[in-house]
Design a protein around this ligand. Sequence first.
Ligand code: HPA
Length: 262
Amino acid sequence: MTSPETVHPVGIIGGTGLTTLSGLEITGEKEVGTPWGTPSAPLVEGRLGDQPVIFLSRHGNPRRISPHQVNYRANLRALYDAGARTVIGVNAVGGIHKDMGPAQVVIPDQIIDYTWGRASTFFEGDLASVTHIDFTWPYDERARQVLIDVAGAEEVPFSGFGVYGATQGPRLETAAEIIRMERDGCDLVGMTGMPEAVLAAELGMRYVCLGLVVNWAAGKSDHIITMAEIEEAIERGMSGVRRILESSVAGLGALTPLPQPS
Ligand code: HPA
């Protein structure tokens, strides 16, 4: 039996298409502050089944904060302070790999970071010593396996690998940029995967990405990218994402927290 004080809520950061979490039995909503500023929205506390979760809308609710202006440090620190030690980042992405078309769920295993000018570390300012964390495997493998097992059991079509290329936005990419990213090894492109993943790692949290492809990346189809296409893919794919979330939080909550970085 786990004693009550060792139960950690699972943090869920919702992105485009997931500003609120239906199915969440809400027990409270908290406006919080952190030494790094205010998170994108109040923390919504509740339960999915028996598992305590904390939901945070990455772009605010209503959705008003651009990917490059999200205060990622405040978001991660707020979830940490609220007790979360495992976080799922739900991300809408563009598909580059031929098997990652609209409405496909992807649980990536690697990241290439093309963002710039974002506050991307907690380790700056008046430090006792310079710190470099290991980031070889940016996503927590145990948490990834939970999502992969659940996606399989729920029969949601998904890819259990993929390199997430994080771009600055808010504009979408040029076709040439996508060709370059493909040459680099990227399978997906999104604007919010970084610095979210590295900040979670700096706090010693397990972090995993649940990606939903909402469009073919620029130049990967015979048409330009439209909001109508994105909305249609969200409509088609989000029920699978919600099913995976609902069925995976218990397994994620049961993972032992990682040792805290010293
Ligand atoms: N590029 C970058 N970010 C995205 C895309 C895209 O095509 N689709 C959804 N987020």
